[in-house]
Every structure is written in C-alpha cells, then in structure tokens.
Ligand binder design. Sequence first.
Ligand code: MG
Ligand code: ZN
Length: 220
Amino acid sequence: MKIKVVESVMKANDAVAEANRRRMRAAGVLAVNIMSAPGSGKTTLLEKTIPALAPLRSAVLVGDLQTSRDAERLGGLAAQTTQINTGRGCHLSAPQVAAGLDSLDLGQVDLLFIENVGNMVCPAAVDLGEHRRVVLLSVPEGDDKVAKYPTLFQPADAILLTKMDLAELLGFDRRRIDDDLAAINTSAVRIELSPRTGLGMDLWLQWLRQEHSRYGTAAG
Ligand code: MG
Ligand code: ZN
C-alpha cells in the first residue's frame, strides 16, 4: 500500500512538471535546475552569472528550508527573484515551482535558474519541469562524490567543478571524477570553475548562451 501512495504522489508531481515545462516553453524561457550539496557555491555562481549573461534576461527561483537570504543576495542583480521556503522539505517539487512561476513575469525572462535545496540525494529524483540539469561539485566536498551519488550525476547535462582554485591545496584528483563519470555519464559538459578567480566562467556562460539559442530554434 505504501508504495502505491508514493507512486501516486510522484505521478502528480510529474504531471505538474510537464505543465511547467510546456508553460515555460510557450513563453520562450529555458529553465535550468541547479543542484548540489549545501555550500558548493550555487548562489555565488548565480551572482556572477546573471549580470554576465546580459542582454539575456534571467530570473531565479531559490529553494531553501528557511530564510530569504539567497534571494536577497540575488535581488540586487536586476533579475526577477522569488524565494521558495520548503519548511522541512529537502527538495523543491513541481507544484512549488508552479507557484513560483505565478510570481514571475515570464514574458520578460529568457533564462530561469531554479536553485534547488542543497542536497545531493532526492532533488535528482524530482522533476520540476526544467529543460536542463546542472550539478555543482565543489572541491572541498572531495573527489569521491560522483561514485557515491551517481543518481545526481547520471542525468546531468552539465557538471561544474567549483572552487577549483583550492584543488592543489586539498589534493583534489580531477582524474578520479572523470573515471567515475565514464561509467555513468559521458555526455555531460564538464567545466572547471572558480567564480572567485574567474576560471572557466567563459565556458560556462558560453554553454548557457548556446543552450538558450539552440532551445529557441528547436521544436521540442
Ligand atoms: Mg544558495
Ligand atoms: Zn528531499
């Protein structure tokens, strides 16, 4: 019985996710779901990314259990920003994103960043209606995380190794990441980033612009 309940909740979520996807598609909005552990630099990355993407117009839905601190950090960037507090919830759900979309003027948006709740487990299993999935892994978390959290990395379209300026100091082995990804995901773009020093930001911005322009011309 319990399994049936869980299945029907997931089905309800997925129906809303499909509606979110169609709604954003109709508005010409490319939605990017950003996932990682807490503290890997999602908000910092968005702070550097959004101004650099202009004239593309960004909006952000930020998921956190409590506080509106991340939305406040992003609110000064001339991007429409909405904070979603999940209370005890450890991931965003499609209905929460649908409510977030109601708060945005989608006609004025080219790219929507959905900053998921910091968590490496369940966000990967919950479709929000996004068009692209981006996963951050920061160097201090360790080079064993791809092998430990394959469900997060397997469906990613882009994998960003962040805080790479600390790699030498912390003995982070990039080859270990590549070896582990070879078994589960060989199609994702991989970018070494340091928003602090600017390393890799050009590649990241180029990927976003390219995905946006491809999406604008694609039928699906
Ligand atoms: Mg954040
Ligand atoms: Zn969760």
